[in-house]
Design a protein around this ligand. Structure first.
Ligand SMILES: Nc1ncnc2c1ncn2[C@@H]1O[C@H](COP(=O)(O)OP(=O)(O)O)[C@@H](O)[C@H]1O
Ligand SMILES: [Mg+2]
Length: 235
């Protein structure tokens, strides 16, 4: 079954064609990277999938449902590129607020768990607006994962994180084996660490889709995978 589907999606911002007839799908349980250079249309795709932007034409489905439907909100976790927790609430208050909005029965235990996993314990009483950018990103991730979403859209999730935290987050995301992932990035190593398939986009169009293994096999034996990707992107 397909959990994420885009068919012939076009999105313009005035004269700019951000998505130029884009189509791809992610099977349920798949771990896919959306890989493309700056301005390729990754964030626009993610916003449309999260129901925050509407396409000009084409169809978009999350498990066969429109992204704006309430049933989708229950099963989807979306991390925007620039995520902003409530600045005047503390780390813990942010988590408690979202847990109550979502009506989570196991909210408290999930909050404790995510605070530990993301190493937010030392900051739990600090106002989110006073956190370092990296710690804000950790909180944003915790808020997205709080309801244990089955479909997870992460837009450049490792931005701002230091190397130990990146490793911690990668390790945790790998434990979520039942979820469907679409992770946008312009960094190849994030794709290879977190996903097994890639959708390469460039100038709003899909230029290649396949497994990481297939991608590696496109290049010469000693060729870095980045160089293979750059050729595909044609930039
Ligand atoms: N709100 C907007 N208004 C005008 N142009 C936009 C807007 N959002 C994105 N764009 C343009 O759409 C294109 C794709 O942007 P984006 O999806 O953010 O790319 P990416 O995330 O791959 O870097 C870019 O040319 C960008 O300038
Ligand atoms: Mg982006």
């Amino acid at each position: 079954m397909e959990c994420i589907t885009l068919n012939n999606v076009i999105k313009r911002f005035d004269a700019v064609v951000a998505l130029n007839n884009i189509s791809f799908s992610v099977p349920c349980g798949g771990r896919y990277a959306l890989l493309g250079p700056n301005g390729a249309g990754k964030s626009t795709t993610m916003k449309i999938l999260a129901g925050l932007l509407s396409q000009d034409s084409g169809e978009v489905y999350i498990k066969g449902m429109k992204p704006t439907s309430t049933d989708v909100k229950r099963i989807l976790g979306y991390l925007p590129e620039e995520s902003t927790p409530y600045r005047i609430l503390s780390v813990r208050e942010n988590l408690e607020y979202i847990a109550s909005l979502r009506g989570l029965r196991d909210g408290q235990s999930r909050i404790e768990n995510l605070i530990d996993i993301l190493d937010l314990r030392p900051y739990e009483r600090m106002q989110a607006g006073k956190l370092s950018r990296g710690n804000q990103q950790k909180l944003a991730l915790a808020l997205v994962l709080l309801h244990n979403p089955e479909i997870i859209l992460l837009d450049e999730p490792l931005n701002y994180l230091d190397i130990p935290t990146q490793e911690r987050v990668i390790k945790y995301l790998k434990t979520l084996v039942n979820a469907t992932f679409l992770i946008s990035t312009h960094i190849m190593s994030i794709a290879t660490r977190l996903t097994d398939h890639v959708i390469v986009i460039s100038h709003g169009s899909v230029v290649w889709v396949g497994s990481i293994e297939q991608l590696k096999s496109l290049g010469r034996e000693d060729e870095p995978i980045e160089s293979v990707v750059v050729k595909l992107m044609g930039v």
